[in-house]
Design a protein around this ligand. Structure first.
Ligand code: HEC
Length: 225
C-alpha cells in the first residue's frame, strides 16, 4: 500500500472514532438525565421507601403542643380543608344541622350536646368535652376513635391539616376557646417555631426548648410557686 492508501485507512479509522464520540455526545445531550435527589411526584398516602420498614405495632401519634400550634396554624388552609366537613356540617351560629351536628362553638363543647341532632349511642357514650387533643385524635380516624359513630368519614391523616382545621373551627364560635397551657416537653411533639423561653407549667421538669410562653389569649397557666 502506498502512503495515499494508508492515509485513506487512517482517515476512515479517524472518521469512525469521531463518529462514535460525536454520537455519544449528542446522545448524552439528548438523553442524559440528572438523577433526582428526591422523588419528583409525591403521592399522598403512598409510603416512601424505607417507611415500610417501620415497626408493625402502631405507634401512638404524639400530640402537638396546642398552646403553640394553634396560634401558628394556617387559618386559610384550615378553612379550605374544612370544605370536606361542609359536606355534612354547618358552623354558622344557630344554623340547623345537616347530616352532622352544627359545629359552632364545638371546640371545648361537651360531646353530643347540641339540641336538635340525633347523635349515635356511641357518641353519647364517649362523654367528655371536645378538647384540642380529642378533636386531633377523633379527626384522624373518626370510626377508630369512636367505634360506632355515625360520622362516616375516613379522617384527615395529616397532622398539620388537622391542626389547621381545629384552629379554623376554634374561630367559628361566639368567642374562641381558651388555649391549653403549654405541654411539657416530654409529652409534646416538637412544634415548629415554638419559642424556647417561658416558664414551664408547675411540676414540669425544665427542659430546653420545652415550654412556649402562653400567648395573651391563652388560659392562664397554673401559677408557679
Ligand atoms: C359524611 C358526613 C360527615 C363528614 C364529611 C364529616 N362529618 Fe363530622 N359528623 C358527622 C355525623 C353524622 C356526626 C355525628 C356523629 C355521631 O353521632 O356519632 C358528626 C360528628 C362530628 C363531631 C362531634 C360533634 C358533637 O357535637 O359532638 C365533630 C367534632 C365533627 N363531626 C367534626 C367534623 C370535621 C372537623 C369534619 C371534616 C374534617 C367532619 N366532621 C366531617 C358527619 C360528617
Amino acid at each position: 500500500m502506498d502512503s495515499f492508501e494508508w492515509n485513506k485507512v487512517a482517515g476512515a479509522v479517524l472518521g469512525a472514532v469521531l463518529f462514535v464520540l460525536g454520537t455519544r455526545v449528542v446522545a448524552e445531550t439528548l438523553f442524559h438525565v440528572e438523577p433526582l435527589e428526591k422523588q419528583a411526584y409525591v403521592v399522598e398516602g403512598v409510603e416512601e421507601e424505607g417507611a415500610a420498614a417501620a415497626p408493625a405495632a402502631p405507634v401512638e401519634e404524639p400530640l402537638p403542643d396546642f398552646a403553640a400550634a394553634i396560634p401558628a396554624a394556617d387559618l386559610a388552609a384550615g378553612e379550605a380543608a374544612a370544605a370536606k366537613c361542609a359536606a355534612c356540617h354547618v358552623w354558622a351560629a344557630g344554623a340547623a344541622p345537616t347530616i352532622g351536628p352544627n359545629l359552632h362553638n364545638v371546640v371545648g363543647r361537651a360531646k353530643a350536646s347540641t339540641a336538635g341532632f340525633d347523635y349515635s349511642p356511641a357518641m353519647h357514650a364517649k362523654g367528655g368535652d371536645w378538647s384540642y387533643d380529642e378533636l386531633f385524635r377523633f379527626l384522624k380516624a373518626p370510626p377508630a376513635y369512636v367505634p360506632g359513630t355515625k360520622m362516616l368519614f375516613a379522617g384527615v391523616p395529616r397532622a398539620q391539616e388537622r391542626i389547621d382545621i381545629i384552629a379554623f373551627l376554634r374561630m367559628q364560635a361566639d368567642a374562641p376557646a381558651a388555649l391549653p397551657p403549654p405541654r411539657p416537653a416530654e409529652a409534646a411533639a416538637p412544634a415548629e417555631g415554638a419559642p424556647a423561653e417561658g416558664a414551664p407549667p408547675e411540676g414540669a421538669a425544665p427542659a430546653e426548648g420545652a415550654a412556649a410562653p402562653a400567648p395573651a389569649e391563652a388560659a392562664p397557666a397554673p401559677a408557679a410557686h
